[in-house]
Design a protein around this ligand. Sequence first.
Ligand SMILES: [Zn+2]
Length: 157
Amino acid sequence: MIETIPLPTTDDPVDHAFWQGCLDSQLLIQSCNDCGHVQHPPRAMCPMCQSMELGWNRASGMGTIWSYTIPHAPLLPAFAEIAPYIVAVIMPDDFPGLRIVGALADPGGNSIGGIDPGTVAIGMSVRLTFVQLVDDVALPCWFPAEAGITWEKEKQQ
Ligand SMILES: [Zn+2]
């Protein structure tokens, strides 16, 4: 667990289902029941047809790095502790019109960071994992699906 990172509000009716899905290791993507528009992050209304009838679709958890960055100091203390880490913009394979921002983590979701930035590239395939921040908040994160990627934790062993 990473208890010192600022936590999202998870009891808002607009995105409560999204955060509950994360606790269940599911990435839920919101869509409009009237026009089919897909959106992320979750909203109270469809921006295309103004419908309030919104539903949820489970994403496969496969995606592609569309862009990424490595945050540098000054960072909030909680993020300074885990730096260097990579924040990526992910294009989900099954929702190619969407972009989801998430950190890269180890495959087991034990920690954010620990990946050699030199091994990350735009266009790289990634898979979904969840990092448990506290008991009631799991953060969707991604790890490179390609072989040849090593994490600090593995290097130390
Ligand atoms: Zn709509």
